[in-house]
Design a protein around this ligand. Structure first.
Ligand SMILES: [Zn+2]
Length: 135
């Protein structure tokens, strides 16, 4: 019986697109909206959730595999750009705790100096100008 159901499902899914990274992302978004909707109790969330679920299943059951995988590729490009940017921001924020960025007063070159060293003389690596800073 279960075997039969599995077979039927497999036959139904033949030639259909199925799940991909974009689909999983949509499922994640749906879950977040579901939680938000649960707390805010606004009707609009129900419509958003319904639209997301319909769109998700439309993609899973779609037979236009070329178009769906092109969408997924677009999503992956977009997603990697976002995570890269977030990673850079996180790195910069962590770096601010241990280092200070000074600008050379004569040429504008940015110089990264460790914090907590007291009064130090910095010499610019670009134009060799010297200036005093409290690190
Ligand atoms: Zn300089």
């Amino acid at each position: 019986m279960l075997q039969d159901l599995k077979y039927k499902l497999a036959r139904f899914m033949t030639g259909r697109y199925g799940m991909d990274q974009f689909g999983r992302f949509l499922a994640g978004v749906t879950f977040v909206v579901l939680v938000l909707g649960f707390f805010s109790k606004k009707a609009i969330f129900t419509y958003i959730i319904l639209a997301l679920i319909v769109y998700m299943y439309f993609r899973i059951l779609s037979k236009d595999i070329a178009r769906r995988s092109a969408e997924n590729q677009k999503f992956l490009t977009f997603y990697s750009k976002i995570t890269l940017r977030l990673g850079r921001t996180k790195h910069r924020l962590l770096d601010m705790k241990t280092h200070h960025i000074y600008k050379c007063p004569s040429c504008g070159q940015k110089i990264r100096i460790p914090r907590g060293k007291g009064k130090i003389e910095i010499s610019c690596p670009k134009c060799a100008a010297k200036f005093i800073k409290n690190s």
